[in-house]
Design a protein around this ligand. Structure first.
Ligand code: OXD
Ligand code: MN
Length: 601
């Protein structure tokens, strides 16, 4: 940690100076990203009660944090895109006038770091030598943010060096919004408890981010959702690439041929699990390049190449188990920050559906004594682990490639108990873009208390697209002109969650999904068997390799069925959602809707 500036970049020095005058911290620290600095911040947080050091033997280099009970998730209703006009932000974003919001932010940040330290974090999204690497500087009064940013991004002196004396950076302002009066005792998780006083503000035209009142990852680690998705989607549109809410994986066949696949699924649909999947098919191997964000550009050979701008996983803990995702468990075996999980008596952590017996007692995410018999959840349903990507045992050797990896296929998916088959291939790029635009996920009773409610989440980007989604669809369509069509990845819709009439999952999921990925590779090679249906190419019943899966014949029939009556309803629901985008909905997508209607008869 350095008290002196680490740069001669005038723009950086002036901005930090201006922000220090506005926020009035006690101290300004420039983060170098060193091991020693990280350790001293962790020690500081242990002394402040923010962190509990976990048992060094069981969970080396790891810590547990408990947030304020009001500060456990992203705050979509407090997230604003302040483009010049409301029209530019489109119907899926909250908008506020940029001039008024700028004034509001200045007023909120005025004196907001009193009694605290202001940390200056230079960070990069993407490998430093990538042609689309973006440098940001996050100013924050939260040491928790500093140590998380160090895992999730390339951070510190190397980034400042890349910036040099006159490089450009994206200013990212963050405060927990809890200034301290002289002598006032701090709390372990300072934040603004009133939800109406939290603000996640994006100025896409500058670009810059101002985040106030929350310490939760998605609101406070500004490289992630704010920069790498909302702002990046706007920059990508302008610069001719794509910023997407997608995992990236490599599937290697038994013969050693590699297929790179990116997949967009809305929350709670198993993106991290798929990214690190252990194929059950003998000889097939998956390696991971990313689990949440993909930046995609036309690469040297004209192929779409994907790169993960992050360096860590900020994963949902509950449900992560040896069965669902053994590699994620290994990734967080050390050097990991856990937030809002159970502390066990031996100084380790536990969460629901971890696949190991619950401890007889523990401390729950709210800091209270807890037993499994209490009937309460010990870990918050959105509790998280922040783990270095490099610790994933199946991390791909090319995960930090500056050029990215060439995509063979793009998958869209969702949790859809009915109607949508296990897998369906788009006829062409435009049809694939239509599939992405129709993406949605059905809620379950367990998750939201109301079952069967379908939320349309186009491209899984509903909370993350920083501009009008109609224009975003048009941007996707434009890639058919940006390169040779034959070089574009094939597009698929997958659904691991189809249920039988009696409510049982028809497909076993997890490692068995490799069977679907294998068919996709065969299609890419031109050998996979498929039938043409009104909705796209679906595997013939004998096309999927189900060797070793007993009694699948009947289930497979149901999994691959395309029922015209349900699809007619589906089309009208998609049409109703598309209507939101008005005249900005590309004509090509209306044509897709008409074509699908006609094919369904
Ligand atoms: C999300 C996340 O909310 O990745 O999508 O945390
Ligand atoms: Mn995500």
């Amino acid at each position: 940690m350095a008290e002196k500036s680490l740069t001669t970049n005038k723009a950086v020095l002036n901005w930090v100076d201006e922000m220090a005058k506005l926020c009035q911290p006690d101290k300004v620290f420039w983060c170098t990203g060193s091991e020693q600095e990280n350790q001293s911040l962790c020690d500081l947080m242990v002394r402040a009660g923010t962190f509990t050091k976990l048992n060094e033997k069981l969970r080396p280099g790891s810590y547990l944090a408990r947030s304020h009970p009001s500060d456990v998730a992203r705050v979509e209703d407090r997230t604003f895109i302040c483009s010049k006009t409301k029209e530019e932000a489109g119907p899926t974003n909250h908008w506020a006038d940029p001039t008024e919001m700028r004034q509001k932010m200045r007023a909120l940040f005025n004196d907001c770091m009193k009694g605290r330290t202001m940390y200056v974090i230079p960070f990069a999204m993407g490998p430093l030598n990538s042609p689309i690497c973006k440098v940001g500087i996050e100013i924050t009064d939260s040491p928790y943010v500093v140590v998380n940013m160090r895992i999730m991004t390339r951070m510190g002196q190397t980034v400042m060096d890349k910036l040099g004396a006159d490089g450009h950076f994206i200013p990212c302002m963050h405060s927990v919004g809890a200034p301290l009066q002289p002598g006032q005792q701090d709390t372990p998780w300072p934040c603004e408890p009133d939800p109406q006083k939290k603000y996640i503000i994006h100025f896409p035209d500058e670009p810059s981010v101002w985040s106030y009142g929350s310490g939760y990852g998605g609101n406070a680690l500004l490289g992630k959702k704010c920069l790498a998705l909302r702002l990046a989607s706007v920059m990508a549109k302008r610069e001719g690439w794509m910023a997407e809410h997608m995992l990236i994986l490599c599937l290697a066949s038994p013969a050693g041929k590699k297929y790179y696949i990116a997949a967009a699924f809305p929350s709670a649909c198993g993106k991290t699990n798929l990214a690190m999947m252990q194929p059950t098919l003998p000889g097939w191997k998956v390696s991971t390049l990313g689990d949440d964000i993909a930046w995609i550009r036309v690469g040297k050979g004209g192929r779409l190449c994907a790169m993960n701008p992050e360096t860590g996983f900020f994963g949902v803990a509950p449900g992560t188990s040896r069965k669902s995702n053994p590699h994620a468990l290994t990734a967080c075996a050390k050097n990991t920050i856990f937030t809002n999980v159970v502390l066990t008596p031996d100084g380790d952590i536990w969460w629901e559906d971890m696949g190991v017996p619950a401890p007889a007692k523990g401390i729950d995410w709210e800091g209270n004594e807890w037993t499994p018999a209490s009937g309460k959840k010990g870990a918050h349903p959105n509790s998280r682990f922040t783990a270095p990507a490099a610790q994933c045992p199946v991390i791909d050797p090319d995960w930090q490639s500056a050029e990215g990896v060439p995509l063979s296929a793009i998958l869209f998916g969702g949790r859809r108990p009915h109607t949508i088959p296990l897998v369906c291939e788009a006829f062409d790029w435009e049809h694939g873009v239509f599939m992405g635009s129709a993406c949605g996920s059905e809620t379950t009773a367990a998750a939201l208390g109301q079952s069967g409610v379908l939320r349309r989440d186009p491209f899984a980007m509903l909370p993350f697209c920083g501009y009008h989604m109609g224009d975003y669809f048009a941007h996707w369509l434009s890639f058919a002109q940006r390169t040779d069509r034959a070089k574009l990845p094939r597009v698929y819709f997958v659904n691991w969650f189809r249920k039988s009439a009696d409510g049982k999952f028809l497909w076993p999921g997890f490692g068995e999904n490799s069977r679907v990925l294998k068919w996709i590779c065969e299609r890419v090679e031109g050998t996979g068997k498929a039938q043409r249906t009104p909705i796209g190419h679906v595997p013939t019943p004998d096309a999927l390799d189900v060797t070793g899966l007993n009694g699948m014949a009947d289930d497979l029939k149901q999994l691959l069925a395309v029922d015209a009556a349900s699809w007619k309803k589906e089309v009208e629901d998609v049409a109703a959602n598309h209507a939101k985008f008005g005249r900005r909905l590309p004509k090509a997508l209306n044509e897709q809707l008409d074509g699908l209607r006609a094919r369904l008869g």
